[in-house]
Design a protein around this ligand. Structure first.
Ligand SMILES: CC(C)(COP(=O)(O)OP(=O)(O)OC[C@H]1O[C@@H](n2cnc3c(N)ncnc32)[C@H](O)[C@@H]1OP(=O)(O)O)[C@@H](O)C(=O)NCCC(=O)NCCS
Length: 148
């Protein structure tokens, strides 16, 4: 399987929307994705492509010396092949290229999302605290930080 990563383009919006719907519990409406892509000055979006199909995406924010993962999703048919890891590696690469040194990457993840927690911990994130009832359904979030 040959996978490549590139910046998200406007023509990827429908594919990213369907990743949101297929992978995430509270999918963003298309207009939120459009906002992140076209208007939000601190948002960075990358997609993973296999055979011209968008199979994963990451959206992250960089603000001064810290960054945070906003969204990460991989099509279920393409999981456990290193694509999530590759998207996180791309984020780190972009962070390290910033003029202002980025030192931290933070994120929140649902306490029940064991797959994602495992991926983050394996890639150097450490749990700092638990944000109680962080999500709409009152589920707790683990707040994880990685220094780069
Ligand atoms: C979390 C998520 C993004 C992970 O994506 P992924 O592409 O499956 O992640 P990876 O393949 O990089 O890593 C997952 C596992 O695959 C393994 N792996 C990595 N490369 C591999 C390869 N070449 N062959 C087989 N397995 C591999 C990793 O070691 C890891 O295995 P482990 O769980 O046994 O440690 C994906 O499960 C997903 O989209 N979930 C739903 C959305 C979500 O929860 N997003 C995060 C919100 S905070």
């Amino acid at each position: 399987m040959k996978m490549s990563l590139r910046k998200m383009k406007e023509s990827d919006i429908i594919a990213v929307s369907s990743l949101e719907m297929g992978c995430l519990e509270n999918p963003w409406p298309e207009k939120q994705i459009v906002y992140e892509l076209k208007e939000d000055p601190v948002a960075h979006l990358y997609v993973a492509v296999v055979d011209n199909e968008v199979v994963g995406y990451i959206d992250f924010m960089i603000t001064f010396d810290s960054a945070s993962v906003s969204r990460l999703a991989v099509n279920s048919e393409f999981r456990n092949k290193g694509i999530g890891t590759a998207l996180l590696d791309k984020m780190v690469e972009v962070c390290l290229k910033q003029k202002d040194r980025v030192s931290w990457i933070t994120l929140e993840v649902r306490a029940s999302n064991l797959e994602a927690i495992k991926l983050y911990k394996k890639n150097g994130w450490e749990q700092v605290t638990i944000k109680k009832k962080y999500y709409d359904n009152e589920e707790d979030a683990l707040y994880l930080v990685r220094s780069i």
